[in-house]
Design a protein around this ligand. Structure first.
Ligand code: ADP
Ligand code: MG
Length: 231
């Protein structure tokens, strides 16, 4: 049994619908979807040690089954440059999580590689009652949230579908390079869409999948946050 099956069965056993970021990213890795390197720390010394191993700067994030939107809970600290900054962030994150939801069970604090800033895209999947697994593509931030500038295709998708999804958003010119921003690696984004399609076709029990954001680089792309919700 692969890692994805094990993680999904375990979540089912524990009656958890929302997978942890660590679990969602481990599943992504099995499907060759690039994610930021990470390690789960249980105390602040361990967090500092993992930060040294991963290389500064790092990002720290709360890992709790009850906290799905981590930044809403003050559970994300970015651009931590020294061991003492990491330790302080660790304490703050735990404190914020406690204040946000006193009942929240904390699995640990995720220490992860900080992905350089770039154009952010969102790749997602939702299981539509009528059409089944459906993939979504859009640019991050206001493009999805405010302008609803997204494209959809019913899974499984072909390479041509994936390219159409990317080139089909109104904001596509932002991915072809503008001013000081280099063009994004469209092949890398296409591959992530195809791999996401494979993943949700293999697991019909996935109700929602969100890679939000994915940093689109001139060469390659990296998923910074992954969320998977089961039926
Ligand atoms: P959530 O969506 O649960 O609030 P995220 O993991 O998406 O939490 O983190 C919030 C924001 O912090 C992201 O949208 C991204 O801008 C930034 N961020 C998170 N992790 C990283 C990372 N590893 N590298 C760079 N930026 C990050
Ligand atoms: Mg996110």
């Amino acid at each position: 049994m692969g890692k994805a099956s094990k993680i999904i069965s375990q979540a089912r056993l524990e009656d958890r619908k929302a997978l942890l970021e660590t679990e969602a990213k481990t599943i992504c890795m099995e499907y060759n979807i690039p994610v930021t390197a990470f390690k789960l720390a249980q105390n602040e010394e361990e967090a500092a040690e993992y930060a040294e191993q991963l290389g500064f700067p790092v990002v720290l994030k709360i890992v709790s089954p009850q906290i799905i939107h981590k930044s809403d809970a003050g559970g994300v600290k970015v651009n931590l440059k020294t061991p003492s900054e990491v330790q302080e962030a660790y304490r703050k994150i735990l404190k914020n999580a406690q204040a946000y939801n006193a009942e929240a069970q904390v699995v640990g604090v995720l220490v992860q590689e900080m992905a350089p800033q770039s154009t952010e895209v969102i790749i997602g999947a939702v299981k539509d009652a009528q059409f089944g697994q459906t993939l979504m593509f859009g640019l991050g931030g206001i493009f999805v949230e405010l302008l609803k500038d997204v494209t959809f295709r019913i899974a499984p998708i072909t390479q041509a579908d994936a390219v159409e999804m990317i080139t089909g958003v109104k904001a596509y010119p932002l991915l072809t390079g503008y001013r000081n921003t280099p063009p994004a690696d469209i092949d890398a984004l296409t591959t992530i869409l195809l791999n996401t399609s494979r993943l949700v076709m293999d697991y019909p029990e996935i109700k929602e999948l969100d890679l939000n954001p994915v940093m689109a680089y001139e060469k390659g792309a990296k998923t910074v946050d992954a969320r998977i919700i089961l039926e």
